[in-house]
Write a protein that binds this ligand. Structure first.
Ligand code: NAG
Ligand code: NAG
Length: 502
C-alpha cells in the first residue's frame, strides 16, 4: 500500500502547530498589525444595529472576529490586535457600557460579552493556523469603578465587589494628574469621578506580582503572541519590563504624547520591546491633513531615529480608538493615502486601525471613532484605501528583512514635499493635494540613466545622466520608486514591458 499522506501535508501540519506562543520581537518585526475593537468589527447577525453615540455593546465577539479573518488576511495583515479581553464594569455608567474594554475590574477573568474561554482559544488557534499572530490589549494601570471611596470598608463591599484588588493600600490615593510631571502621571488618576480609573500602586508587591502572574497565565492559556499595554506611560518602566519579561511575549506599550525622547525611554532591554510612534504620528497627521511644513516631519523622523532603542520595532500608526479617524481629517483622499504610504514606508511595524481601509470619514472623536465596521460597505474590498494598504503590505512582505530591518532617512525635503529612502526604495510625497501638478528634481536618486518603477502606479521612468530623478505630479499622488530588480521582488507590478513610460 502506498503512503497516502503527502510530505507537504505533514509539513503544513507541523507548521500550523502553535508557532504562536512566545513570539519574540524578531518574530514580530516583519508583521503588519490590524487593530480592531472586538465589539465593533464583525456583526453578531447581518445588519445588526449599532449607533456609536449610544456607547453600548453592539454584539461583536471573538467568534465574529474569527469569522472575518479572511478579510484581514486578504488585506495583507498577519497579526490582529484585539481590544481588551478582561472582565470590565458591568451595566450602564455615565459614559455608557464598557464595550471598548478599557474599564478593567479583574484581569484574571474574561469579559463574557465577547464569548467564552473556548471562543478566545478558537480565535487564537484560527490566527495561528493562518500564520497570523494574536495581540491582546491589556489595561492594568488602574481598575475602573463607579464608586471611588478609597477606604478598605468601601472597597470590601459595594465598590470592591468585582475588583481584583480590594484594599485601599493597593491603590494610589486619588489626585488629578499634573501633566508633564512623570511621577504625577504614574501616581495620580486618569479619571477621578464618573467612571474612576483607580490607579493601582504597582510599587506594592502583592499588586505587581498579582498582575504579572495573571497576565503570564493569560498569555499561556490563550497562546497569546503579543501584548499591547494600555497606559504604559502611567506605570513605572520597570514594572512594564517585568510584566513583559514574565509573560515572555512581544510587548508594545502606549506612551502617549509628543515627547519622543520620553517614549524612547520605555523601549529597550530594561523596558519593553516596543512603543508606539506617537511623535511621528502627530507630525504625519499635521503635515498631511493640517498643511504643516515637511520640516516638522523631517525633525520628528530624525528625533525618532535617535530616541528609540530599535526603531524597526516601533509601532507606526496614524489613528486609533483614541484619535480622530484619518479620513475624518481631510476630504482630499489623496492626502489620506499619502499619510498611509508614509506610515508603511518610514519604518517600524505598521498598524492600521479597523475602518481606515473602508475610508470611514465619520469619527473625529470618541465614541464616533469606534463605530461598527459592518455598517460601512459590508466588508467590501473595493475602496482605494483597501487596495493601497494591501499593496503596501505586499511590498513590505516581499522586500523582506532588508526592508523591515531598516528605517527611512530623508533624501530631500521642501516646504510641501519630502523624499525618503529606505532599503532601495525612494518614497516621494507632497501635501499639496489632489489638484496639484508640478515637478521636483531629486539629485542622486538612482544610478545614471537607470530605469525605475513607481510601485503604486507601476509606471516606469528614468533617472537622468547624473542619477537625478524628476518626479512629475499630475494629481498630488504618492510615489514609491525602486529599480527594476526590486520592482520584480516587490511583486505588485507585472513587468512585462507593457507599462507606460512617462
Ligand atoms: C510631581 O508629582 C508628584 C506626585 O504627585 C509630587 O509629589 C511632586 O511634588 C511633583 N513635582 C513637581 C516638581 O511638581
Ligand atoms: C537595485 O537596488 C537594490 C537595493 O538598493 C540593489 O541591491 C541592487 O543592486 C540594485 N539593482 C540594480 C540593477 O541597480
Amino acid at each position: 500500500m502506498k503512503c497516502s499522506i503527502p510530505i507537504h501535508a505533514v509539513l503544513a501540519l507541523i507548521l500550523a502547530l502553535p508557532l504562536g506562543y512566545a513570539a519574540t520581537k524578531d518574530d514580530w518585526r516583519g508583521k503588519g498589525i490590524y487593530q480592531l475593537i472586538t465589539d465593533r468589527f464583525a456583526p453578531p447577525t447581518p445588519n445588526a444595529y449599532c449607533n456609536p453615540q449610544d456607547r453600548v455593546y453592539c454584539g461583536g465577539t471573538w467568534a465574529t472576529v474569527e469569522s472575518q479573518l479572511d478579510y484581514v488576511q486578504s488585506l495583507g495583515f498577519d497579526a490582529i490586535w484585539i481590544s481588551p479581553a478582561a472582565k470590565n464594569i458591568e451595566g450602564q455608567t455615565v459614559y455608557g457600557e464598557a464595550y471598548h474594554g478599557y474599564w478593567t475590574v479583574d484581569p484574571t477573568q474574561l469579559n463574557q460579552h465577547f464569548g467564552s474561554a473556548d471562543d478566545l482559544k478558537a480565535l487564537s488557534s484560527a490566527c495561528h493556523s493562518r500564520g497570523m499572530y494574536l495581540m491582546v490589549d491589556i489595561a492594568i494601570n488602574a481598575l475602573a469603578s463607579t464608586q471611588y471611596v478609597m477606604t478598605d470598608a468601601a472597597l470590601a463591599t459595594d465598590g470592591g465587589g468585582d475588583l481584583l484588588f480590594k484594599k485601599a493600600g493597593d491603590y494610589h490615593p486619588s489626585c488629578s494628574i499634573n501633566w508633564g510631571n512623570h511621577t504625577s502621571e504614574q501616581q495620580c488618576w486618569l479619571a477621578q469621578s464618573g467612571v474612576a480609573l483607580m490607579d493601582l500602586n504597582q510599587g506594592v508587591n502583592e499588586v505587581s506580582q498579582g498582575l504579572i502572574n495573571s497576565i503570564k497565565s493569560f498569555c499561556q492559556e490563550y497562546s497569546v503572541d503579543g501584548l499591547r499595554i494600555d497606559a504604559s506611560k502611567h506605570m513605572p518602566v520597570g514594572f512594564n519590563h517585568d510584566l513583559c519579561d514574565s509573560a515572555g511575549v512581544f510587548c508594545i506599550g502606549e506612551v502617549a504624547g509628543t515627547d519622543i525622547g520620553y517614549a524612547g525611554s520605555y523601549q529597550g532591554p530594561q523596558a519593553m520591546d516596543s512603543v508606539f510612534s506617537f511623535g511621528l504620528m502627530y507630525a504625519c497627521v499635521n503635515t498631511f491633513t493640517h498643511g504643516y511644513d515637511f520640516g516638522s516631519l523631517q525633525y520628528a523622523m530624525s528625533t525618532s531615529a535617535k530616541s528609540y532603542y530599535d526603531s524597526t520595532l516601533v509601532g507606526s500608526f496614524i489613528d486609533s480608538q483614541d484619535l480622530p479617524r484619518l479620513f475624518s481629517l481631510t476630504t482630499d483622499k489623496t492626502l489620506a493615502y499619502s499619510a498611509i504610504v508614509f506610515t508603511f514606508m518610514q519604518g517600524g511595524i505598521p498598524i492600521i486601525y479597523y475602518g481606515t481601509e473602508q475610508e470611514i470619514s465619520f469619527g473625529s472623536a470618541d465614541p464616533d471613532n469606534r463605530n461598527a465596521l459592518w455598517q460601512y460597505n459590508n466588508f467590501a474590498t473595493s475602496s482605494g484605501a483597501y487596495s493601497l494598504i494591501k499593496k503596501l503590505n505586499t511590498i513590505r512582505k516581499n522586500l523582506g528583512p532588508s526592508f523591515t530591518g531598516s528605517i527611512a532617512t530623508v533624501k530631500a525635503v521642501q516646504t510641501s514635499s519630502i523624499a525618503i529612502q529606505r532599503a532601495g526604495t525612494l518614497t516621494v510625497l507632497t501635501n499639496k493635494g489632489s489638484s496639484y501638478s508640478g515637478t521636483w528634481k531629486i539629485a542622486s536618486a538612482f544610478s545614471a540613466n537607470q530605469q525605475v518603477i513607481d510601485l503604486l502606479s507601476c509606471k516606469a521612468v528614468y533617472a537622468d545622466s547624473s542619477g537625478a530623478l524628476t518626479v512629475t505630479w499630475t494629481s498630488g499622488q504618492a510615489w514609491v520608486y525602486v529599480n527594476t530588480t526590486l520592482a520584480l521582488k516587490a511583486g505588485v507590478c507585472s513587468l512585462g514591458g507593457t507599462e507606460t513610460v512617462s
